[in-house]
Ligand binder design. Structure first.
Ligand SMILES: Cc1cc2nc3c(=O)[nH]c(=O)nc-3n(C[C@H](O)[C@H](O)[C@H](O)COP(=O)(O)OP(=O)(O)OC[C@H]3O[C@@H](n4cnc5c(N)ncnc54)[C@H](O)[C@@H]3O)c2cc1C
Length: 531
């Protein structure tokens, strides 16, 4: 093979691109990964830009999906420097009366705390966990497999009777609010389910949100919400180190500007510097669908129906993220019984619903629902002893029509908007932790524009490669079709969060794309051998 020619080119070194490259190398392929940014990782990286003594995760931070993902577990990343750390408690939600809803890794502890708030809820929680023990692995397997999920789907079906048959399916399809109400009497389990459902953009009163809430709660009980020791970037660095150990090549600061298509088949790429690089067997795009089908592949190389369907593609909402370097722990007014890694901030389930509805209605939320990470609590290596590396993020509309708060935020997300909104977010924490502001030694605000500049896949701050609403999931992701990695262009595979099963760090879109490429190459070999 001539220099500069590879079996496969992977565009983008986010977790999905890196998983795809690892899988192809395991199959004996030669692989080149091209990454636009100066560093690998996509939305899984860390930096010390907030404060030189602190490590902050630039984007994502907690990895229950990676911990349960067969794709990522198969690579034995511990041999490449990855070490997982856990906070004492997985998740905490402070309530206005001073109590906390707590998800502890030990389900008995979680249940005991729930019983203290509402007798009977503890047993209901343990019953929910026992149900998950019977079917959870198969459900996760089915969710992460290409569509239709034959093996895991059959496994889940065979266990369905043991968890109540159609009644269980119905409860999975229930909105998170309804699931919480039907199974529990107290506020704590309802808050935990709703808060976890709020990690996607499915409204809490819509089908699909219940499954999301249950999935993340149950992963919290089974694998916890681990974080990589030393920063999120250690996870993608371990994936990159494995690639290099297997002889793969990664080139950073190399943006791909075009995918070369010859008679309906992807044959390589052209970088922004004008370099043409050939790919003999496959091009895998860890690229969001609007970019892949909006310029990277020329429109004349795509069927009209793909272009038409992409006009209806819907992004998920934008995001504003704030990082703080604190010179002491968060001064919670009433401390949590077990220090939590992830913290959710909303006064009630209905306030959470209201904030998410405001975003959906193109309004900047008045009381944004905050997802926070106490990172030093989760991994003491993140900042000096006695301090805390904290972040919070929340969602904002892609196109803003009004500010549901004091009217001061226009939604153009320039510095002024970002700082004002960060003040609004910070004020929420201050209410629960008086004196918070006095602990802040540095603050960084990343708005939608900054996020997109640091990772082109985060269009307008959309973190999931497209909405998770049911109309854009499964066979509808990213556009109505097969729900698989194949694209209308032969040898070109979509391996980003825009592909089924969507956002989150589980590597499934990357793994599915690599497996599809390997299967097609085998088929082509058989066909050419026969003819
Ligand atoms: C603020 C935030 C918080 C999050 N929190 C969590 C969390 O706690 N847990 C979790 O599981 N998930 C979380 N997520 C979601 C998760 O990070 C993403 O779903 C995941 O990173 C998607 O992986 P990906 O490989 O598809 O894309 P990305 O991680 O976005 O990587 C894509 C890569 O491709 C590169 N690229 C794009 N176009 C080109 C091109 N033309 N040429 C070369 N390179 C290109 C980009 O530079 C980037 O490096 C969060 C995301 C964000 C933004």
């Amino acid at each position: 093979m001539s220099a500069g020619t590879h079996d496969a080119i992977v565009i983008g070194a986010g977790p999905n691109g890196l998983v795809a490259a690892n899988r192809l190398l395991d199959a004996g392929w030669s692989v080149l990964v091209l990454e636009a940014q100066e560093v690998v990782g996509g939305a899984v990286r860390s930096d010390s830009a907030v404060h030189p003594d602190f490590v902050h995760d630039t984007f994502s931070a907690f990895y229950p999906l990676a911990a349960t993902s067969p794709a990522i577990q198969a690579f034995r990343l511990e041999e490449h420097g990855l070490r997982w750390r856990h906070a004492p408690a997985v998740l905490g939600h402070p309530q206005p009366d001073g109590s906390w809803a707590i998800l502890h890794r030990d389900r008995e502890v979680t249940a005991g705390l729930m019983d203290e708030q509402y007798p009977g809820d503890g047993q209901a929680w343990l019953d929910t966990c026992a149900e998950w023990d019977r079917i959870g692995n198969h459900l996760v397997g089915a969710l992460l497999s290409p569509f239709p999920p034959v093996r895991s789907g059959l496994g889940a079906l065979s266990r369905l009777r043991s968890v109540g048959g159609l009644r269980f399916v119905q409860s999975l399809l229930s909105p998170a609010v309804e699931l919480g109400r039907s199974r529990f009497q107290g506020e704590s389990p309802r808050l935990l389910l709703a808060g976890n459902a709020g990690h996607s953009d499915i409204p809490l009163d819509s089908a699909g949100s219940g499954l999301m809430g249950l999935l993340l709660c149950m992963l919290g009980q089974t694998v916890g919400y681990p974080v990589p020791e030393g920063g999120a970037g250690r996870l993608t660095l371990a994936l990159a180190s494995r690639i290099e150990a297997l002889g793969g090549e990664i080139r950073c600061s190399t943006r791909v500007g075009q995918i070369v298509v010859d008679r309906g088949r992807a044959t390589g790429v052209v970088t922004d510097d004008g370099e043409r690089i050939a790919a003999v067997r496959a091009v895998i795009a860890d690229v969001v669908a609007p970019h892949l089908y909006g310029g990277l592949v020329r429109s004349e190389d795509l069927p009209a129906k793909t272009m038409n369907a992409m006009r209806r593609f819907q992004l998920d909402p934008g995001t504003v993220k704030v990082d703080w370097a604190l010179d002491g722990p968060v001064p919670w007014a009433s401390p949590s019984p077990h220090a939590a890694g992830t913290v959710h901030v909303a006064d009630s389930v209905s306030q959470m619903s209201e904030a998410l509805s405001q975003v959906a209605a193109h309004a900047v939320p008045r009381d944004p629902f905050l997802l926070c990470g106490q990172m030093t609590t989760s991994d003491p290596t993140r900042s000096p002893n006695g301090t805390e590396a904290l972040w919070a993020y929340t969602h904002v509309p892609q196109a803003t029509e009004r500010d549901a708060g004091d009217g001061s935020i226009r939604g153009v997300w320039d510095r002024d908007d970002c700082e004002r909104f960060a003040d609004r977010m910070q004020a929420r924490i201050e209410r629960l932790a008086p004196g918070f502001a006095s602990k802040v030694s540095a603050r960084r605000v990343l708005g939608p524009r900054e996020m997109e500049a640091m990772d082109a896949n985060l269009i307008g701050g959309a973190i999931n490669g497209g909405t998770s609403h049911i109309h854009q999931e499964l066979v509808f992701r990213p556009i109505p079709g097969t729900g698989r990695a194949e694209t209308p262009v032969k040898n070109l595979y979509l391996g980003s969060a825009s592909a089924h099963p969507g956002g989150g760090v589980h590597g499934a879109p990357g793994m599915n794309a690599a497996k599809a490429a390997i299967a097609h190459a085998r088929l082509q070999n058989v066909t050419s051998w026969r003819s």
